[in-house]
Design a binder for this molecule. Structure first.
Ligand code: 13P
Ligand code: SF4
Length: 308
């Protein structure tokens, strides 16, 4: 009898579809994907493909970004409720209020945001290109950054640019216990601490390496250390362990043992939903053309400044 995996792979082929997954997806989804990557990688990969359908196994802002950059492709998201609490916390009204407090400022916005907020921005950044993009802006330029304050603070430090930070954060990346991380480091003194820039400043200060999910994965492959304390969402461990089977990866400790560092939005996608969505070609991501046109401008700017 055909397995769920075989059925998905077969249907994918018949429909000229691709599965584009984020590292925070469950391992079984990562294993059937045509591409697994960070937010930037997913968007750039989708742009280069000839497929008719792309199933985005990630969260809604990722699928919307891919739709705006690929208006002629059918973009599916296995579970439409897969949102992002960071993106959702920064509503267009609140962002407009924030912008009005800083008239004339250049607006640099993290890709973890709604399309409406993107449309109010000058450039979009991801965790992997934000420092590079900030460094290209004039030093005397007034810049506002939203919605993740921790990434923004990190970008300001690395780029030497002064950024006015929107006070948002990701509850997954702020649920790590700094004390327990210190305890772990004591237990494994040779372990390297690696962290996503959405983590709090005190954690980033202790990290041996900070980067996007793709950059963290690459670091674990390139670095000579054999043990890593990983301060990001749990899904990334799958690729780390696959790429370096002889190394040890210890998940960053959360505050209460609540498994808060599993992103509940990301984990809404399942293999059964992937099959269902390919089969019925729904839920489909459709965006208002006028809004898409406005959001595309800062996304195009991002691609231009990334390749610069
Ligand atoms: P990356 O772009 O580094 O994969 O991060 C996306 C994200 O949502 C982190 O919480
Ligand atoms: Fe959003 Fe945080 Fe989940 Fe990333 S980990 S998708 S920022 S809620």
């Amino acid at each position: 009898m055909a397995t769920l995996e075989d059925t998905i792979l077969d249907m994918k082929k018949r429909k000229n579809a691709l599965i584009i997954a984020h590292y925070y997806q469950e391992p079984d989804i990562q294993d059937i994907a045509d591409y697994v990557g960070d937010s930037l990688g997913m968007a750039l990969y989708a742009q280069k493909q000839e497929c008719d359908i792309a199933v985005v196994c990630g969260v809604k802002f990722m699928a919307e970004t891919i739709k705006v950059m690929n208006p002629n492709k059918k973009i599916l998201l296995p579970d439409l409720n897969a949102g992002c609490s960071l993106a959702d916390s920064c509503t267009p009204q609140i962002f407009d209020y924030f912008k009005k407090k800083h008239p004339g400022a250049f607006v640099m916005t993290y890709v973890n945001s709604s399309l409406e907020v993107k449309a109010m921005s000058d450039v979009i950044v991801t965790s992997s290109n934000s420092v590079k993009i900030a460094k290209q802006l004039p030093k005397d330029q007034k810049i506002i950054f939203g919605p993740d304050q921790h990434l923004g603070r990190y970008v300001a430090k690395q780029s030497g640019r002064e950024l006015v930070l929107f006070p948002g954060n990701c509850f997954v990346h702020t649920s790590f216990s700094t004390q327990k991380m210190f305890d772990l480091k004591k237990e494994h003194p040779k372990a390297k601490i690696i962290a996503h820039p959405e983590c709090e400043e005190i954690i980033l200060e202790q990290a041996d390496f900070i980067g996007s999910t793709t950059q963290l994965l690459q670091y674990t492959q390139d670095d000579a250390a054999d043990t890593f304390i990983v301060m990001t969402e749990t899904g990334i461990l799958h690729q780390m362990q696959k790429a370096s089977p002889n190394k040890t990866f210890i998940m960053g400790p959360d505050l209460t043992g609540c498994a808060c560092n599993d992103c509940p939005h990301m984990k809404l996608n399942t293999m059964a939903k992937v099959l269902d969505c390919l089969n019925h070609e729904t839920p489909e991501i459709n965006v208002d053309p006028e809004l898409a046109e406005k959001a595309l401008k800062p996304l195009d700017k991002m691609v231009e400044m990334t390749l610069n």
